[in-house]
Design a binder for this molecule. Structure first.
Ligand SMILES: [Zn+2]
Length: 326
């Protein structure tokens, strides 16, 4: 794993590489961005570049440092993860005890704190003392999904490195290369991953997502068939997928959006569910374009209601009946 394995974050990688080349590595970084975007991978690659003994244009991958990082065994690279639901005071205390000891076999010592935005306030205040007077060899990388949770004093003493979502095209190319998917299929994954490469991989590699998607399409097909019995199937379906309800509702919204698009443009070019265009066409033919807007609004409203803690069963039942009545 090295920088060249990381997709779509060229700008920040250039910045990190430059800091090594110019011998201006910071003492503290906040790597901020959504889960699955490549923050930990980048932190590992950055450490590798810092430690690699044969460092040239890229890391060598074969020196003892590179190999030790690869096998998670480098004495000057320390990973810290939440103890329960947060990073606690005692963990930062341990870090501070450790960092007074000089690096064992390199010039630097790197600490990577996972879910660092889950650090308690008192742990943050403790860490602040280190950030105020860090030993010259120390590099601390705080991995976070919401950097607003850090105290202003922590933020002001760290370099904030923002990870950006990828363009759909980039995710599509990646899925094509890695899995040999055709263009229709890559589109589904690019859309659902919302520009997060780790999510696209997770979706692809979890049979779960594939099943969910298939069953959601069947559910919609059943409800639109006007078979009253399908209402009960639908209720059982939502009960089963209660924990994944937002995924399911998104799948439904994307489905109806596709029908809307198909009706409006008469073109298949922009469809997300391109691989299911026959069923989309059938639904468009049966229901008509105008009612799709209403469907999408209904599902959006259900999403909001569930977020606002409206009774789950009630919210989904109302939605099911709405869809069936159309
Ligand atoms: Zn190396």
């Amino acid at each position: 794993m090295s920088f060249k394995d990381i997709l779509g974050q060229e700008k920040l990688i250039r910045h990190l590489k430059k800091s090594i080349e110019m011998d201006k590595i910071g003492h503290a970084y906040i790597f901020d961005g959504p889960v699955g975007i490549g923050k930990k991978t980048t932190a590992t690659a950055f450490s590798k570049e810092i430690f690699c003994k044969e460092f040239g244009q890229d890391v060598c991958g074969v020196c003892s440092s590179c190999l030790k990082i690869e096998s998670n065994n480098h004495p000057d690279l320390v990973w810290i993860e939440p103890d329960g639901k947060s990073i606690k005071n005692h963990q930062i205390e341990e870090l501070q005890q450790d960092l007074v000891r000089k690096p064992y076999e390199s010039e630097k010592k790197v600490y990577i704190i996972k879910d660092a935005d889950l650090m308690t306030e008192s742990a943050q205040n403790r860490l602040l003392k280190t950030l105020e007077e860090p030993p010259r060899y120390v590099v601390i990388i705080l991995i976070s999904t919401n950097f607003n949770r850090f105290l202003a004093t922590i933020k002001s003493r760290s370099q904030i490195i923002k990870f950006n979502r990828l363009q759909d095209k980039m995710v599509q190319d990646f899925m094509h290369k890695r899995y040999g998917m055709d263009a229709d299929e890559t589109k589904v994954f690019a859309t659902f991953s919302n520009g997060i490469i780790g999510k696209a991989i997770e979706f692809k590699e979890s049979e779960d997502f594939q099943t969910k998607r298939k069953e959601t399409i069947e559910l919609i097909d059943g409800l639109l068939s006007k078979d009253q019995l399908k209402i009960f199937d639908a209720m059982a379906f939502f009960d089963k997928y209660k924990d994944d309800v937002y995924d399911i509702l998104d799948l439904m919204i994307f489905w109806f959006r596709d029908i809307l698009l198909l009706g409006a443009t008469n073109s298949e070019q922009f469809l997300i569910n391109m691989d299911q265009k026959d069923i989309l066409q059938k639904h468009l033919y049966h229901i008509g374009y105008e009612k799709m807007v209403h469907m999408i609004e209904t599902i959006e409203k259900t999403k909001k209601d569930i977020k606002a803690n409206v009774n789950f069963q009630l919210a989904t039942e109302i939605m099911i009946l709405h869809i069936q009545e159309v």
